[in-house]
Design a binder for this molecule. Sequence first.
Ligand code: LLP
Length: 386
Amino acid sequence: MIKADYPLEKLKELQTPFYYYDLDLLRSTLDELILQSSKSNFEVHYALKANVNASVIEVIKNAGLGADCVSGGEVQAAIDAGIESSKIVFAGVGKADWEINLALDSDIFCFNVESIPELEVIDELAGKKGKTAHVALRINPNVSAHTHHYITTGLSENKFGINMSELDKVTGLILTLTNVKLIGIHFHIGSQITDMTSFQGLCIRVNEIQEYFEARGIVLDHINVGGGLGINYEHPNHCSIPDFEAYFKVFRQHLILKPNQTLHFEIGRAIVAQCGSLISKVLYVKHGTSKTFVILDAGFTELIRPALYQAYHRIENLSSALPEEEYDVVGPICESSDTFVKNYRMNATRRGDIVALRSAGAYGEIMASQYNLRKLPKAFTSDELK
Ligand code: LLP
């Protein structure tokens, strides 16, 4: 099995399980992202929900990206990390008053508004502060993302966004509100999207919706097409940097911007997924009647994606070069769903071996829990272990 380069001797000295971030890969990923997005002056906001590890955010901030936040905690984290508030967007179907107030006080770039009642509350709270809130309407474009149903969001039966059938009502209302200013429209069709035709479908729908606003004399400063670009979980060693060129090309070719409009993106997974690994130790190798179980000291408390979305993460045994054998790789949590992968071939494994669960930089550490009263995982970076 091909394996990535890890500082194994250093990893062995640390208490497992923990996250390990290859910051050099993160930097190269950001270089490529910026190279490709700057060809068209696109503005990228990093979706903090994917990972808010301080070292990771620091590298992303230094690259000059904005932030896409979905909670007051994330808005605060973006500001604390030194991301300019004029580059922060704030989405989410359930923004609490304190979160709206924090964003107003911070003078963020834009609220991505997901419903009429939310719009009314933002107007009211902005009015109390004598401020004008800049808002974009999150419109549900009814475009299928061909991804797992838990992470598809652009279809009409989702809780997210404003349906197109409500547009007349919302635009009518906005004109009557004195403390909000409509500056854009926002979309997000789902996550882990690898089929570029889904984004093409989004572009076509955005063009139609633009005509709707133009016909009503409403000028929009920006279009925000959300995030969702997928990564290659099967081959993290061959495809460590996502194909940003192909991704941005879809928008360049199919989305028609009006004069002076800017196009914004909210990319999470594609920036951080491949730079992160969950490092774990093999506690036991247990021989069943027909199966052999590799029992790790990491479970769904550290990486929930396999249990929650049936997601696949490649697992590499960093300690073994023995011929491959077949295993079910499981965690120690008292639930059957605490299984990372079944019938999986990897190098023959012994107690004490160190394994890396790959492509875990996005929605890994941040989704960890303390179930079974376990400790939240620590994290180390390649810079620290050099
Ligand atoms: N913008 C909005 C409005 C979103 O809801 C999301 C992700 C993003 C941007 C960033 O999407 P990305 O570029 O990372 O695909 N926990 C799941 C993924 C949930 C995604 C939620 N929204 C997972 O582990 O696959």
